[in-house]
Design a protein around this ligand. Structure first.
Ligand SMILES: C[S@@+](CC[C@H](N)C(=O)[O-])C[C@H]1O[C@@H](n2cnc3c(N)ncnc32)[C@H](O)[C@@H]1O
Length: 203
């Protein structure tokens, strides 16, 4: 891949805005459980959620995997985890882990699925894909949700679209090609709100 066409992460989510990540209206996602189920998270899975932030999707992941499954919610910034800990710290099937997803420290090959929402655009994608490959069991599911083209997004306020500026997004064409070129097989692709959000599954 031409190096000019690689994704260069340009921001890290501001932890003072952690609470905004829990507001379904701001997130444009009324039903996180429906989203994670659509993305292939099913009963009994052992799931790693990378960049869980304040935990907007964590409860939905726990519900989707049910009693036979478990979830590790991993996050780089301690301040982001405070809200998740308040709500779910004592959940018996959840482990909360403060770590860099590029060096997760998680068991090799021990996980059925890796779920990454609105986070991959903040990291070096190639390195992240290597670490994800390491922790997934052979044939395990990588499920990514992120910001697509700004054009499809509603306006937050006049003249300002929801989501990060388009130059800071990891747009679907680039990610899908990067997945292919790193040996992943795309198994599903979908868009929400005219491409404002997209999701990709790969194995
Ligand atoms: C926009 S937030 C999304 C949080 C959550 N996935 C959600 O959808 O509500 C992105 C999160 O990824 C985290 N993050 C960024 N780089 C990371 C890394 N290298 N390792 C772990 N987490 C990271 C940020 O701290 C932030 O909490």
């Amino acid at each position: 891949m031409d190096s000019l066409e690689k994704h260069h992460p340009k921001h890290l989510f501001d932890p003072t805005r952690a609470a905004s990540l829990l507001d379904p209206q701001r997130r444009l996602i009324a039903d996180p459980l429906e989203v994670v189920k659509t993305m292939g998270i099913v009963s009994g899975m052992r799931v790693v959620e990378l960049g869980c932030g304040a935990g907007f999707f964590t409860h939905a992941l726990l519900e989707a995997v049910g009693d036979g499954g478990r979830v590790v919610a991993l996050e780089l910034q301690e301040a982001m985890l405070a809200l998740l800990q308040e709500r779910l710290a004592s959940h018996p099937r959840l482990e909360i882990r403060l770590a860099n997803l590029l060096e997760s420290g998680l068991e090799t090959g021990g996980w059925d699925a890796v779920f990454v929402a609105f986070t991959l655009h903040e990291v070096a994608v190639e390195a992240a894909l290597l670490e994800i490959r390491r922790i997934l069991r052979p044939g395990g599911l990588l499920s990514i949700l992120d910001w697509g083209y700004a054009q499809g997004c509603p306006e937050r306020e006049p003249g300002r679209k929801a989501g990060p500026p388009e130059a800071e997004r990891l747009l679907p064409d680039l990610l899908r090609r990067q997945l292919r070129e790193s040996g992943w097989r795309e198994t599903a692709y979908g868009e929400r709100m005219d491409g404002c959000h997209y999701w990709v599954n790969a194995r």
